[in-house]
Design a protein around this ligand. Structure first.
Ligand code: B3K
Ligand code: ZN
Length: 908
């Protein structure tokens, strides 16, 4: 690791992996918890690894610890320090090792290791936080049995939790008490956790399908208990789903979730004691939106599913992170889909997942931080908890499932657990198990080539061309796959690409029968063809009329498809494709074509700053595309949630990715121009849509109700945006009234957003009222900050607003949720406000990266990534952005986290 102040950071390489020289069989930890000085006694039984050198030293990592005592078999011993590493030479083959240290949790603002949040102790050990608690072999392939005794003041810390089962508890002198926990399962130290403080729990006893009884608990601060029902329901659903779908039962008597408001990420899957960001636990209809409810369900599921994929079988080393993360994201996506009430809701979930991939992972894959799903090197592992490891990793697992079939995949999972339960393994081990359980499958036959998905970074592009021969009744599809160079990988080999496709008859709207030239029989409807070559030609025979190809249905491979669709072809897909994903995709392509055309026009008038007035509204509203969107809004057979997705334009970030040189102002002007035009052109349909969907009755977070709310909110937004004169008064009045009367947060926040986005005269009073109504609700105040920092810029007014909000008494940069709600909403989620011609946005960014780095390097490094794509920016943005990155890089005592991000950014 890069040590503060030192000149060269250490690169950790996958090829350098060696097994540990020692095993730690048992760990017995005793904590005397005190915010300023916590004492930690660690008693370990260690054993030499017979496969390692017989004289290898034991090197135990430690960070910011005060070492008081080291005993080997109860006696003092000689040891030395190599930097912060404790080195013990000449140890016997097996021995007891006792280490006594102290640390200072109250000064720990990094929120890794042991820290204090709101008078409660929490831990976060993944990836390398355990070394901040005690000296240890802090690596995931060392799995040990833990027993943990917690001692603390009883009045201040009445609840004492750790992994596993509570075996003993009681009072101690001087107002203290203790609790002893034993975890029946071996685990790597990154899954260790403790919590101590004033907490209350919602409890639920369940009996699993196999007849075992379990206690589920959700711990929160007193006062938040009324917001735990949904998390508990989600947990129960998760337990049931994993047993039903993968035959994986809960393996613990007790399963606990604890919420904290100070947390670097979403949640952590510590064995039996998941620690969560409050954002992914607390919800009631008055404070949480439908999106919050859906996120809670998927994060609770995700952490629970880690119990098998991550905890029972863990990673050999951190390069294998996607072994657990990609697989567990895939599992949580499947879980959320399986909970959907109908196929349309399943498709909506798939579209939402793909949107995340395209908006966040595709840019990562094209930028300076691009890395394979299984990286080859890192400076700071915390920088590799990325959308590539998680979301692209999940797509790789999804492709495995499509290559072996759903039941084949279930068999593969069973084989994986049969082979590796209790072990620390690699991504290859996983793929081998899935393939071995499915002999003769495409995955098994193509496994070595398939594994390139783990090894090669970058998003593959598939260029497809179709030629119809009316006389021969053939349709010839030529496909060429390429993958652009990424850092350290100039050349790429072809990938295995499952291509789910159909040929749409544009007249009937039906799928044609599919028969390849060498086949005896046609196949009806959709089929999946596995592409393996850089160039392939598929010739379909017996094709009665020129088809419209519907390619990569359901986004069957994470690629960029280049196909020169005509407007009419896209309209045919939007109107009738059997695959809802590709219907939505057709609308996105139509919108993208319109946006790119408008961008070219704007670029040709380089005389002035791009503005919304430059958008050719008249031409756009008369287009067939807008007429088709009107049809979608009117189509009673389509679900509301699907309509909302189709009617939402591609994001500015996604548009930017399609361009050679990015002018964020021009993109914003065009997208806003299109939105206004849609608002005006479809006014009457928006009004009808709003009326039809605005009342959803008593609140439940189900997909059908949530879909109607999201469509009503979009309609209201458009009505506030697109109404003029008297109608504007009316709609702004209605939105303000709805804001005041709303029975749930989704409707209230939707109305508030519409007022703010349309710069209504009611916006300021509504914001003030919102703040006063919810000032006790931290998660709602986060929304209040985020809305203001993320709203559409006009004349550069967002940055001054953000600067003012930084001074607000509710702002606290040490709280990651709050920092994200204000600083990240501005720098990472509001491109046109951030990329200012005067560079003031970048100055602000650099200041905040440096300020955060001194407190919390992980959060700082995330913010640092807001300028990843600086090379793609047009001037004057590009030079100004580079200058800001250089200013950060010039700081000598940067954390390894931020150092790695900025040096990679400058290296491209
Ligand atoms: N495994 C954790 C993430 C830990 C991040 C450490 N920097 C949450 C999850 O993926 O479930
Ligand atoms: Zn995870």
């Amino acid at each position: 690791m890069f040590k503060e102040g030192s000149a060269t950071p250490t690169l950790v390489k996958r090829e350098d992996y060696t097994p540990p020289p020692f095993w730690i069989d048992t760990v017995d930890l005793t904590f005397d918890l005190d915010p300023a000085k916590t004492r930690v006694l660690s008693k370990m039984h260690i054993r030499r690894n017979a496969d390692a050198a017989a004289d290898a030293a034991l090197r135990l990592e430690g960070v910011e610890l005060n070492l008081a005592r080291v005993l080997v078999n109860g006696a003092g011993c000689s040891f030395k320090m190599d930097g912060e590493t404790l080195v013990l030479d000449g140890l016997p083959f097996e021995c007891d090792l006792e280490i006594f240290t102290t640390c200072n949790p109250s000064k720990n603002t990094s929120l890794t290791g042991l820290y204090v949040s709101q008078d409660t102790f929490f831990t976060q050990c993944e990836a390398e936080g355990f070394r901040r608690i005690t000296y240890f072999l802090d690596r995931p392939d060392v799995m040990a049995s833990y027993s943990v005794t917690l001692r603390a003041d009883k009045a201040l810390y009445p609840v004492l939790l750790s992994n596993g089962n509570l075996v003993e508890s009681g009072d101690l002198p001087e107002g203290k008490h203790f609790a002893k926990w034993i975890d029946p399962h071996k685990k790597p130290c990154y899954l260790f956790a403790l919590v101590a403080g004033k907490l209350v729990a919602r409890e639920q006893r369940i009996t699993s399908r196999s007849g075992k009884d379990h206690l589920l608990q959700v711990f929160v601060r007193p006062g938040d208990l009324d917001k735990t029902e949904h998390a508990m329901n989600s947990l129960m659903a998760s337990v049931a789903w994993d047993e039903a779908r993968f035959n994986l039962p809960l393996d613990l008597e007790r399963f606990m979730i604890v919420a904290t408001s100070d947390f670097n990420m979403g949640a952590m899957e510590n064995k039996g004691l998941n620690i969560f960001n409050t954002k992914y636990v607390l919800a009631n209809p008055a404070t949480a939106t439908d999106v919050d409810y859906a996120n809670i369900e998927s994060v609770v599921g995700h952490e629970y599913f880690h119990n098998w994929t991550g905890n029972r079988i863990t990673c050999r080393d951190w390069f294998q992170l996607s072994l657990k993360e990609g697989l567990t994201v895939f599992r949580d996506q499947e879980f959320s889909q399986d909970l959907c009430p109908n196929p349309s809701a399943r498709a909506v979930k798939r579209i939402e997942d793909v949107r995340v991939l395209r908006q966040a992972q595709f840019p990562e894959d094209a930028g300076p931080m691009a890395h394979p799903v299984r990286p080859d090197q890192y400076q700071e592992i915390n920088n590799f908890y990325t959308v590539t490891i998680y979301e692209k990793g999940a797509e790789v697992v999804r492709m495995m499932q499509s290559l072996v079939g759903r039941s084949g995949f279930t068999k593969g999972m069973a084989e994986y657990f049969k082979r590796h339960d209790g072990q620390a393994v690699t991504c290859d081990d996983f793929a081998n198990a899935i393939a071995a359980a499915n002999p003769g499958s495409a995955l098994q036959k193509l496994l070595p080539q398939f594994l390139r998905w783990y090894a090669q970074a970058g998003t593959p592009r598939v260029a497809a061309k179709g030629v119809y021969d009316a006389a021969a009744q053939t349709y010839t599809l030529s496909l060429t796959q390429t993958c652009p160079p990424t850092p350290g990988q100039p050349n790429k080999e072809p990938f295995v690409l499952p291509l789910a496709l159909g040929l749409l008859n544009p007249t009937t709207g039906q799928d044609m029968a599919l028969q390849l030239a060498h086949e005896a029989q046609p196949v009806h409807g959709q089929r999946t063809i596995v592409l393996t070559q850089a160039q392939e030609v598929l010739q379909f025979i017996g094709v009665p009329t020129e088809p419209v190809p519907s390619l990569f249905r359901g986004f069957s491979a994470p690629v960029i498809l280049e196909f020169d669709y005509s407007e009419d072809q896209l309209l045919a897909l939007l109107g009738a494709d059997n695959d809802p994903f590709n219907r939505w995709e057709a609308a996105q392509r139509l919108a993208m074509q319109a946006a790119l055309n408008a961008m070219h026009l704007i670029a040709s008038r380089a005389d002035s700053m791009p503005s919304i007035g430059h958008f050719d509204t008249k031409n756009f509203v008369q287009s067939k595309f807008v007429a088709a969107l009107r049809e979608v809004l009117r189509d009673a057979s389509l679900d509301a949630a699907f309509k909302e997705l189709v009617l939402t334009l591609p994001s500015e970030t996604y548009i930017a990715e399609q361009l050679e040189a990015v002018d964020p102002q021009a993109i914003h002007a065009v997208r806003e121009g299109m939105r206004h035009a849609l608002a005006v052109a479809l006014h009457d349909d928006w009004a009808a849509t709003y009326e039809a969907n605005k009342d959803t009755g008593s609140y439940t977070p189900d997909a059908v109700q949530a879909g109607r709310r999201s469509l009503a909110n979009l309609a209201l937004h458009m009505l506030c945006l697109g109404s003029e004169g008297q109608a504007r008064e009316v709609w702004h009045g209605k939105a303000y009234q709805r804001f005041k009367d709303a029975g749930n947060m989704t409707d209230r926040f939707g109305a508030l957003s519409a007022l703010v986005a349309s710069r209504s005269q009611h916006a300021e009073p509504a914001l003030a009222k919102f703040h006063s109504l919810f000032q006790q609700e931290a998660l709602v105040i986060d929304k209040w900050f985020a809305l203001q920092a993320g709203s559409s810029d006009a004349g550069g007014d967002i940055l001054p607003k953000v600067r003012t909000l930084m001074q607000h008494p509710d702002f606290n940069i040490k709280n990651p949720n709050r920092a994200r709600s204000l600083i990240f909403s501005y720098c990472s989620a509001n491109p046109a406000a951030f990329h200012r011609a005067d560079a003031a946005g970048y100055v602000f960014w650099a200041d905040q990266v440096l300020a955060l780095d001194a407190l919390n390097p992980q959060v700082a490094a995330r913010l640092a990534r807001a300028l990843d794509r600086w090379k793609k920016l047009a001037q004057p943005y590009q030079d100004a952005a580079k200058h800001a990155i250089e200013r950060v890089a010039a700081k000598s005592d940067l954390s390894s986290d931020v150092r790695e991000v900025v040096s990679r950014a400058l290296a491209v």
